[in-house]
Design a binder for this molecule. Structure first.
Ligand code: SF4
Length: 480
C-alpha cells in the first residue's frame, strides 16, 4: 500500500483489517524512547508528592469548614469506596479486601456512617450532591439489603438533587439484575462493567473467568431497566494478549454497542501490588506490542463511530462525554472523565481521596486503621496535599492536555496572574515532541496531535514540577 502523507509528516499505518480506520502509527524507536515510568495524572500534584506530616485530619477539617462557607447552594460530589471482592484478580490495581463474609461488609457500613457523620458535622448547611460514584473493589459485592442500607446512609445525610449523576462500577460475575434494579430505583443511571478481555487464555493468565454470555446478560438487564449510560472497561497490555484475539474481544464488545468504552493500559507495578507477581512477566506484551494493541482498538472503535475522549476513553457521538470533548469542556476526577467540574469532592472509605478547597486528603489504607481512627472520633486521614498557586496553575495545564488535548498557555497564565513566559522552559523542553509529530505549537497554544494522544502523559510530564525528585525510585507504571 502506498504511504499517505499525514499530519506531522507521519507515515500511514500498514495494511489494516478490512473496515478499520487508518490512523498514524508510532514508529518502534519512538515507542521504546517514550516507554518510561510516568504518572497517570488523575491528580496534580500526584500522590507520591503528598505528605503524611503537615497534612492530616486537622488540615482536612479546616478545608471542610472552608467548603461550608461556599454556601448551601454549591453542589458536592461524593465518592464511596467499597473495597470488597470475591477473589483477587492478578492484574488488579485497586485497594481490595477479599472476603466472603457478609458481616464484614455490615461492619464496614457501620463505620462509613460514622465517617459521614464526622464530615457532615463540619458541613451543617452544605449537603446538595450532584455527583455520586460507588467504586471499589466491587460495590455489588454488597447484597441487596446492604446496598439498600448504603443508600439510606447517604440519602439521610445528603440531598441528592434532581438529575444528579449517579454511577457505579460492577463486576458482572457477582452482580444480579435485582441489585441493578434497586440502584436504578434510587436514581443510578450510569453503570460501568469490568470486562478486560474475553479471550479464555488471557482470562486464565489474569485469574478472572468471565464469559461473553454472562457479560451480555447483565448488559441486557441494565438496558431493560433503563440505565442511560453503560460503559465497558477493557484492558490492553495483559499477558497473552494477541492482536487477533483482542480484535475478537473488541468485536464482541462492539456488537452490544455500549455507550462508552474505556481502554485502560495495564499497569504492571508488582513493587506496589505484590499479588501481580502471580503474572508471568514473560507473557506480558512489550511496549511496541502494547501500543499495537491500543492502535488496533482505537482504529476499530473510531471505525465503529465512537469518539475518542481523552487518552483512553471512547463514547458514542450522542453521549454527553463525546459532546463535551468536541467543545473542549471535558474534565477529569479520580473516577474518570466527566462533563462538569466536580467542585468539592468528599470521599468515604479506606484509601478514598477527597478533593476539597484546593487540597487532596487521602484516607488510611488498612481497614483496621480506618476503624481505629473512627473509634477515636477522628477523621481517618493518612496523608494529603494543600495545593499552592503554582500547583493549581500546573494542574490546569496538565488536565487541559489530558482531557482536551489542547491548552492555551497565554489564557491560563493570565487567569492565574503570572507572566505569559512562565512556562518558557517547559515549552522549550518539548521541542522533541513537536519534532516527532506528537504535538503542535501555535503561539502559546499547545495541541496534541493524533499520534501524540497515546503519549500525552509524556508531554504532560514536562509541566510536573515534582517529577525530577520522584524519578529516583520506582514509583510509576510505564507511560506505554
Ligand atoms: S474484581 Fe476488580 S477490584 Fe476486585 S480484584 Fe478483580 S479487578 Fe480488582
Amino acid at each position: 500500500m502506498a504511504e499517505a502523507p499525514l499530519e506531522g509528516g507521519l507515515r500511514a499505518a500498514p495494511p489494516t483489517p478490512a473496515g478499520v480506520r487508518e490512523l498514524p502509527i508510532a514508529e518502534e524507536a519512538l515507542i521504546r524512547q517514550l516507554a518510561r515510568p510516568g504518572p497517570r495524572y488523575t491528580s496534580y500534584p500526584t500522590a507520591p508528592a503528598w505528605r503524611t506530616e503537615g497534612f492530616g485530619a486537622l488540615q482536612y477539617a479546616e478545608r471542610l469548614q472552608q467548603a461550608e462557607r461556599q454556601g448551601p447552594a454549591a453542589p458536592l460530589s461524593i465518592y464511596v469506596h467499597l473495597p470488597f471482592c470475591r477473589e483477587m484478580c492478578r492484574y488488579c490495581g485497586c485497594s481490595v479486601v477479599v472476603t466472603g463474609q457478609s458481616q464484614k461488609v455490615d461492619r464496614y457500613l457501620d463505620y462509613l456512617a460514622r465517617e459521614m457523620d464526622l464530615v457532615t458535622a463540619r458541613l451543617p448547611h452544605r449537603r446538595r450532591v450532584d455527583q455520586l460514584h460507588l467504586g471499589g473493589g466491587t460495590p455489588t459485592w454488597l447484597d441487596v439489603r446492604q446496598l439498600e442500607r448504603l443508600w439510606q446512609l447517604i440519602s439521610a445525610r445528603f440531598t441528592i438533587v434532581a438529575g444528579a449523576d449517579l454511577a457505579l462500577e460492577v463486576d458482572p460475575r457477582v452482580t444480579s439484575p435485582e441489585q441493578l434494579a434497586l440502584l436504578h430505583r434510587c436514581g443510578f443511571a450510569r453503570v460501568s462493567m469490568g470486562v478486560q478481555d474475553f479471550t479464555p487464555e488471557v482470562q486464565d493468565a489474569i485469574g478472572r473467568q468471565q464469559s461473553v454470555e454472562l457479560t451480555e446478560a447483565l448488559y441486557r438487564a441494565a438496558r431493560a431497566l433503563g440505565y442511560r449510560t453503560i460503559n465497558f472497561d477493557l484492558v490492553y497490555g495483559l499477558p497473552r494478549q494477541r492482536l487477533e484475539t483482542f480484535a475478537l474481544t473488541l468485536d464482541q464488545a462492539l456488537r452490544l454497542r455500549p455507550d462508552r468504552l474505556a481502554l485502560f493500559s495495564y499497569a504492571h507495578v508488582p513493587w506496589m501490588r505484590p499479588h501481580q507477581r502471580a503474572i508471568d512477566e514473560a507473557e506480558l506484551p512489550d511496549a511496541v506490542h502494547k501500543v499495537r494493541l491500543f492502535e488496533l482498538a482505537r482504529g476499530k472503535l473510531l471505525t465503529a463511530g465512537y469518539v475518542q475522549v481523552g487518552m483512553d476513553h471512547f463514547a458514542l457521538p450522542s453521549d454527553a462525554l463525546a459532546q463535551a470533548r468536541l467543545v473542549h469542556r471535558l474534565h477529569r476526577n479520580f473516577q474518570g472523565y466527566i462533563t462538569q467540574p466536580s467542585g468539592d469532592t468528599l470521599a468515604f472509605g479506606i484509601t478514598a481521596i477527597s478533593d476539597v478547597q484546593a487540597a487532596y486528603a487521602q484516607n488510611v489504607k488498612r481497614i483496621a486503621d480506618y476503624y481505629r481512627h473512627l473509634d477515636a472520633g477522628e477523621l481517618p486521614i493518612e496523608r494529603g496535599c494543600a495545593l499552592t498557586a503554582d500547583d493549581l496553575l500546573r494542574r490546569d495545564v496538565i488536565h487541559g492536555l489530558m482531557c482536551n488535548f489542547v491548552v492555551d498557555l497565554e489564557q491560563l497564565t493570565r487567569a492565574h496572574g503570572v507572566s505569559p513566559h512562565h512556562f518558557a522552559a517547559e515549552v522549550a523542553a518539548l521541542s522533541w515532541a513537536e519534532e516527532q509529530g506528537l504535538m503542535r505549537r501555535v503561539g502559546q497554544t499547545l495541541e496534541i496531535l493524533p499520534l501524540g494522544q497515546l503519549f500525552v502523559r509524556n508531554v504532560a510530564m514536562a509541566f510536573d514540577a515534582y517529577l525530577p525528585a520522584q524519578q529516583a525510585r520506582p514509583t510509576f507504571s510505564s507511560t506505554v
